[in-house]
Write a protein that binds this ligand. Structure first.
Ligand SMILES: Nc1ncnc2c1ncn2[C@@H]1O[C@H](COP(=O)(O)OP(=O)(O)O)[C@@H](O)[C@H]1O
Ligand SMILES: O=C(O)C1=C[C@@H](OP(=O)(O)O)[C@@H](O)[C@H](O)C1
Ligand SMILES: [Mg+2]
Length: 307
């Protein structure tokens, strides 16, 4: 195995997290344990166990405690502490914005963060569902631009020392996503200029996708779901090769495309590849890359935020 760090999939200690959250929130509100017990309707001995991280708290109890502390139930489980007070304030600020304004803020943050740091990196990532043409168009585009080409799935396989299907069966989805993030970090560190073909599911992992959008000019390649299906079938993809899998494959492709559409649409540009030749598509991609100004200057506000 070429692995540097062992792959550890750890479940978070949620009881300890809730315990810390309740202790800190109660202290911040200058409430005694007795007061919180009374206001939440939870017995004092049980509250004391919850605060010690002892006892498997039910959702109903979690809800009562959150209500008495005037916190949202999800925040009782959040791992916010390690990000500090600024994080909590920024989250609250963002919650007050409209979806359109949030889109502007995110764009401005990305532009601002990539400005003023010497020569702008020229990284291009192709995203899209399997069969989109990422692995086909990527190397051709890279050759035309004179850049190296990297296939992220191959990097993940090298990292684990085994093939993708084995990674999924041994380490599960969580293990694969952890390796994928690790490999993306490494590609960014190694290549200031590159064309990267990503795996179709990279967009479902917010931290990985955020990093991708931040560090690459991302182009979403898409096609009609039937076209995705035809292309994947023609490849004899092992994931849909058996008659049983084949039966569900079309629904699966259409479902994944629908579920991921909004995420793929966050890419900086998109190209419809339906009924279009590879050569023509690479030409369009080349034009998009040439038009894109890598490392734009962001607003003063975002520069301050990203400093
Ligand atoms: N524009 C296109 N028109 C027709 N077939 C295509 C096109 N792009 C890719 N293909 C074919 O579809 C299959 C899947 O393409 P691939 O590049 O492996 O997709 P991805 O890497 O996005 O999963 C391959 O057999 C490829 O030759
Ligand atoms: O869509 C997905 O969830 C996945 C797509 C694959 O990449 P391709 O899009 O290159 O097939 C690979 O990353 C993994 O099996 C998960
Ligand atoms: Mg591929």
């Amino acid at each position: 195995m070429a692995q540097e760090k062992p792959l550890v999939i750890e479940a978070p200690d949620l009881q300890e997290r809730v315990a810390q959250r309740v202790r800190a929130a109660r202290a911040g509100r200058a409430m005694s344990m007795k007061q919180l017990a009374r206001e939440s309707g939870i017995s004092l001995p049980y509250l004391s166990r919850v605060e010690r991280g002892d006892g498997n708290i039910s959702l109903a109890v979690l809800g009562k405690l959150a209500a008495a502390l005037h916190l949202s139930p999800d925040s009782m489980l959040a791992d916010d502490e390690r990000y500090g007070a600024d994080y909590a304030l920024i989250v609250e600020l963002l919650k007050r914005q409209s979806p359109a304004r949030l889109r502007e803020i995110r764009k401005a943050l990305l532009d601002g963060a990539s400005s003023g740091r010497g020569k702008a990196p020229r990284r291009i990532a192709l995203v899209g569902l399997r069969g989109a043409g990422k692995s086909t168009l990527g190397p051709v585009l890279a050759r035309r631009l004179g850049l190296p080409f990297v296939e992220l799935n191959r990097e993940v396989e090298k990292e684990a020392g085994i093939a993708l299907d084995l990674i999924f069966s041994i380490y599960g989805q969580a293990g694969f996503r952890q390796l994928e993030k690790r490999c993306l970090d490494r590609v960014i560190a190694q290549y200031p200029e590159v064309v990267l073909a990503t795996g179709g599911g990279i967009v479902v992992e917010p931290a990985t996708y955020e990093l991708l959008l931040h560090s690459f000019f991302c182009v979403w390649l898409h096609a009609d779901p039937h076209e995705h299906f035809r292309r994947v079938m023609a490849q004899h993809d092992a994931r849909i090769a058996t008659p049983e899998l084949h039966k569900d494959a079309m629904a699966n492709i259409a479902g994944a495309l629908e579920a991921r559409r909004k995420l793929y649409a966050l890419a900086h540009a998109d190209v419809d590849t339906t009924h279009r030749e590879v050569d023509e598509l690479v030409g369009q991609l080349e034009q998009l890359v040439q038009k894109h100004s890598f490392g734009q200057v962001g607003s003063a506000l975002t520069q301050a935020l990203c400093a």
